[in-house]
Design a binder for this molecule. Structure first.
Ligand code: KG4
Ligand code: ZN
Length: 340
């Protein structure tokens, strides 16, 4: 008898993107994302506003994902949702919705750790792209996390390096704010950097042991650099925007790859992936390609739509929980500090 297809609805609402996706086995049929523009006004995500926007978005987003996938509600075998980590008020919306829908449809639920989702996005079917072999290292870089993950299987992962303060995304976004750029500034720094000289200015590299990171010193360094240079020339930022962005981006990329390269060498692993919102950065993607060539690594760079928060990654991660029979019942709750 042919093996039955498994169709899973994935739901993601951990921060400021409401997303729903349908996956059939390892192929994505739809991946709808509703962003939240409201936070731009405040220079960062406002938790209460995020939660309210999720409440408004979740039903239309799930509905759109089902329609786009051309399936019916009754075709769904299970619901996968992000239970953490993230903003509690945001997580509660997705978790409650998943629980209610699973109850109504009488189908099982699986919970997904948001950070596992970022890593496992590499297992989504993508023509012409090979999936990673175990074990591999994944540099997961987002607005809230910076992790070097040793991935041993779809279900077994270990963080071997992490940030002691700010995440890589915060290093981009906070520096961007100092430059007067709107939130989130990461993509804007990336765009400006393409037109600038990465060697124009020098910023600090932290000295942190092991495979850990620290980005808070860089933020202070950027602030002092700007104060020093704008003192006698108020147009300094405008006149040098592209060079500042290019130099900053190079610094962040170098900091990230110093530790990644060290980990790869020490663990003797030659299969390397990047994931998370910051892995959309052109400098980081290019660096992985060039380092990979130099060091003989097999590299994995995610499709753009699977870098920033999305439910496709939650659906694929949910598939492996489903296959392992790791179901949760109605007593499950959102957990802002869910363990890795
Ligand atoms: O994974 P994600 O969507 O959300 C979290 O889980 O945090 O990551 C969002 C982060 C933000 O800090 C944003 O500025 C950053 O990803 N980001 C970028 C780029 N695109 C998104 N940072 C640098 N360059 C980019 N092209
Ligand atoms: Zn994320």
């Amino acid at each position: 008898m042919a093996k039955k297809d498994i169709i899973i609805l994935g739901i993601e609402s951990s921060c400021d993107d409401t997303s729903a996706a349908i996956i059939k086995n390892e192929a994505i049929l739809s991946n709808e994302v509703a962003g939240q523009k409201v936070h731009e006004l405040y220079g960062g995500v406002v938790p209460e506003l995020a939660s309210r926007a999720h409440q408004q978005n979740i039903l239309p987003v799930v509905d759109a994902a089902i329609k786009k996938a051309k399936i019916n509600l009754k075709d769904i075998d299970a619901i996968a949702f992000t239970s953490g980590p993230g903003l509690l008020g945001s997580l509660i919306v997705g978790t409650s919705f998943a629980k209610a829908l699973a109850l109504g449809l009488d189908i099982p639920m699986v919970e997904v750790n948001h950070m596992h989702g970022h890593v496992l996005a590499h297992f989504i079917d993508d023509e012409g792209k090979d999936k990673p072999n175990f074990p591999f290292l994944c540099l997961t870089i987002s607005g809230g996390h910076t992790q070097i993950v040793l991935v041993k299987s779809h279900l077994e992962m270990e963080i071997i390096g992490t940030t002691r303060d700010d995440a890589a995304g915060e290093a981009f976004d906070k520096s961007a704010k100092l430059l007067g750029l709107p939130y989130p500034g990461g993509p804007l720094i990336d765009n400006n950097a393409k037109l600038g000289n990465p060697d124009a200015f020098k910023f600090t590299h932290p000295q942190i042991p092991d495979f850990d990171y620290s980005f808070s010193g860089l933020k202070t360094n950027v602030l002092q650099f700007l104060q020093r240079n704008t003192k006698h020339n108020t147009d300094f930022i405008q006149e040098n925007m592209n060079d500042i962005c290019a130099s900053l981006q190079k610094t962040i990329v170098d900091i990230l790859f110093d530790k990644l390269t060290k980990a790869a060498k020490q663990l003797n692993i030659k299969e390397i992936a990047i994931a998370g919102g910051v892995s959309a950065n052109s400098g980081i993607r290019e660096k992985l390609r060039s380092e990979g060539k130099k060091k003989g690594w097999i590299t994995h760079i995610p499709k753009f739509e699977y870098t920033t928060d999305n439910a496709a990654m939650i659906a694929i991660a949910g598939r492996y929980q489903f296959l392992a029979n790791n179901f949760v019942d109605q007593s499950v709750s959102a957990n802002a500090r869910l363990d890795f």
